[in-house]
Structure formats: structure tokens, C-alpha cells
Design a protein around this ligand. Sequence first.
Ligand code: PMP
Length: 368
Amino acid sequence: MNIDNLIANVIRADIRADSAYVVPDASGYIKLDAMENPYALPEALRQELATRLADAVLNRYPVASYATLKQKVSAKLGIPAGYGVLLGNGSDELIQIVTTTVASQERRAVVLAPVPAFVMYARSAQFAGADFVGVPLKADFSLDLDAMLAAIAEHKPAVVFLAYPNNPTGNLFATDEVEAILRALGETGIAVLDEAYQPFARRTFMDRLGEFENLVVMRTVSKLGLAGIRLGYMTAAPKLLAEFEKVRPPYNVNVLTQVAAEFVLDHVEVLDAQAASINAERERLAVELAALPGVEVFPSAANFISLRVPDAAGVCAKLLSGKVLIKNLSKMHPSLANCIRVTVSTPEENSAFLNGLKAALASKQAAT
Ligand code: PMP
């Protein structure tokens, strides 16, 4: 048998043409490419967590209702009274659940997002068999509201994803423009406000759910300091959430995640304090970056900063040679030419990045 023939016969053409989502191996590097919280839990909490995990019931499936974890998420992470939560294996899975719920063979649904956006919106739409429409942001990365409204009128998207703040640009979209999109969608489409970076932005549409029945608010504990356990959550009008719930795989959140999240959320103030110090570092980093010649810094409400440099590929290569890993955004979208994204980390790691960047910029200047 020829395996290539088998693949050609069995695997979808668009998947065959695609390449897998690449995550670089970061061992030995200062890892500033994935918006992780650099801080570990304090030792005392780690010890107590170890005891809880040792008691986890691994031979049984998780309790299917996830009632305790949902209550904890609701109480500690600000879900309004009267609204339920749907849990995901990271918010990546929630994005997949949303796109799968709206797309079908009979009705080719449209998923729309301003671009550049988080890449999983387009990928999940494609995998679900939906059409993805990207509407370019303005040059300053604010929403192009006229273009968004025109695209909504033309394509009648079932879902609009709005990352709030946006990844990879870091900015918050204007509240009145998000409201205009929710109103324009009305009964024909939902807007998913992806608040992955809410621990840093401290802004939310959670309190607007009563006003907009087509609003879904999605979040994750990843950026807060728990990226390793893979837990996302979302909420919406109960009837709408119940439809998404039908698509969720029954035991999608594993027992170890459940136990760890229930425990750590009881100490969420520890993670909030870490987020606050990351925010303070973001401000320091932004000021220092803005002072560098040839560097354009974009305002960020998240735990990362995007900036434009004279030669993004050169800067990334130089940083990599100094064992600092950041993200080159240049190929993601034309508006991101020569842009790079750096996760805000500890003061020491941020300084390592700054020094590496300064050296890269200096060697570039010397070369020209
Ligand atoms: N949404 C946005 C805007 C993101 O940037 C990310 C991660 N980079 C995610 C969702 C996915 O987060 P997770 O799957 O870790 O919950």
C-alpha cells in the first residue's frame, strides 16, 4: 500500500495543504513568546496543591456536571448571577466548540474577525467547515467600524470574534464600537468577546450580558498563571450556552485540572498580585522601548507588548542567539510588517530582552 495514496483518498484537501501550528522548542531559552505568567505559585501553596492532587480520583471519569469547579469559577472570576459557565480544555477548545456549533454542511456559516487576530479563529472556522472573513484593522490597530459593519451586512456572519484586548496588537477596542457591532449582528449573529487578557486589562463585557443576548464572553486561566492546566470558560444567555454545551465533549476537563483549579482559585489573589506586578513591568518596558531609536511601541492593555523595529527578522535572530525567544509577527498580516511581540515577564527577563534588543538595534545601525 502507498501511504500517500491513502492520505490523498482519506484526508481533506485543505488539511493536506495546511501545515501544523508550530510551537518552537523553548528549553534553555528565556521564553517571551507565549504570554505566559513567569511566576510559580508560592512554595506553601505548591505543597498543599501536591496533597490535593495526590487525593485526586484518577481511576474515575471527572464528575460530569463539573458543578464544584463551575461554582468556583463563577464565584472567583466574576460570572454574573443567573449565568452559567461552559468549561473548555483551554479557550482554544471553546473557540472550536463555537465554530462547530454554527457551521453545518447545509448552511455554510461565516465566521468574521478583525485582522490581525488570534490565529485560532480562522483555523477553527476552517476546520469546522465555515468561511472565515477577516476585516483589516486600521493602521493604529483600532477597529475599522465602517468596514466591520459593511462586512457584517454583506456576509451575515454567524459569529464575530473580538479579542478584548486584541492579540497580537495588545489594544482594547472602543466600547461604543463593540456595542455597534453587537447591535448590527442583532438576531443574525453572535459576538464572542474573547477576554483572554482580562487579568491585565481589567475591563470586561461580562456586565453587559443582560443587554445583549447575542453576546458570549470567553476567558481563560492561562494568562493568569495556569497555562499548563488548560482551562477556559465562557458564559452567555442560558439558552444560547445550552446549545454550545451540546457540542462540548463530555469529559473535556480532566480531573487533575479540576482539582488544581478548584484549589488555586481559592487563592486567586496570589495570581492577581502577580498580574499587577506584570502590569507595572509592562509600563516600565513600554517607556524604555519607546525611548529606543527607530522603535514604534503600540499601546497594550495585555501582558505583552507589540512593537515595530527596523528589521524584525534580524532582531529576532539576534535575540535568539542570546537565548531570548520572542514572536516575529511580520508574516501574520501586512499591517504587521517588521513587528515583534514580547511577553512581559519578570524584571530580570524583561531586562535581558531590552539589552538584547538594544544590542540588535546597535549592530543593525553599525551595519547600515
Ligand atoms: N484567545 C486569545 C486572544 C489568545 O491570545 C489565546 C492564547 N494565546 C487564547 C485565546 C487561547 O488560550 P488558551 O487556549 O490557553 O485558553
